[in-house]
Design a protein around this ligand. Sequence first.
Ligand code: ASP
Length: 343
Amino acid sequence: MKNKTPQILLIYTGGTIGMVREYDSGSLRAFNFNNLVQQIPELYQLDCTIHSVSFSKPIDSSNMNLSHWKQIASIIEKQYSDYDGFVVLHGSDTMSYTASALSFMLENLAKPVILTGSQLPIGDLRTDAKENLITSIQFASLREGGQAVIQEVCLYFENKLFRGNRTTKMNAEQFEAFDSPNYPALAYSGVHLSVQREFLLKKQSRKALKVHLKLDNRIGILKLFPGIHEQWVSALLQTPGLKALVLESYGAGNAPTEPWMIHALKEAVDRGLHIVNVTQCRGGSVLMGQYETSVELAQIPLIDGKDITTEAALAKLMYLLGSRVSSNSFKTIFEASLRGEMA
Ligand code: ASP
């Protein structure tokens, strides 16, 4: 499929974007993506060739799970040499989780994989779907010197292109549904598309794409709150088979200093549970040791989640556990940035 215009593959997984409203009943129904270009004639104006594949049963992204992530990654793996870029159409609810997971699953990525969706269906009069779709395709088509300008997993929504594993959904109502609190936007869409090249992930090596399909979801989240109960914390830490946990702590990585809390966390880490300290604040970073309330967490030691999002921390844990990283090096590897997901 060698052709001068960029070849773009759309992967439709479901979500609001792929719905059209029936004129008579007002109800929403799934859109036939095989006829995509006919139904959105604006796509004819783009300087690229578009093909699409669809999940046989498009899903609301609340139903996204590991098998769907594997399906998306496998499609990209199979079609990698035939296409210059990939646009994944996805419900917005779990888009940041999928973007984070794909970023770890697709090692040595040298082509753009852009996730997008919309708050209103593609057939709605005031839809944000067309702009999100068209601009995502344009970003996926950008090339320079025979190479893709964007070589990472991104999320495009409401005029901004973000690094996918830095995003979080922060609004269920506004068109501006996503934010990347700890990393600048990679590009903006205004009158022109402006790419902030200094923030793009540079391809680290010339190695071929390596797709990791083994993920391990024997993990969990513990979110702290004032008044948290000892029984609840111990029950969670004793969950049979649990391999790793994201601890959503306060502020710069702080937790209650009550002896039962520190003891429960230490006992779990000594048993081999990997516990990552991530802040429950939307922006900013864990800085263990800055306050007295995090000194003992550093001594246990918990894994330093730095400025990673909870979404990316979960995906990274699934990826590292799936890759059978040894217990001895787990903390060191987690604390290193693998795909630009942390400082
Ligand atoms: N519930 C929908 C989903 O995530 C919302 C959306 O598409 O934006 O699939």
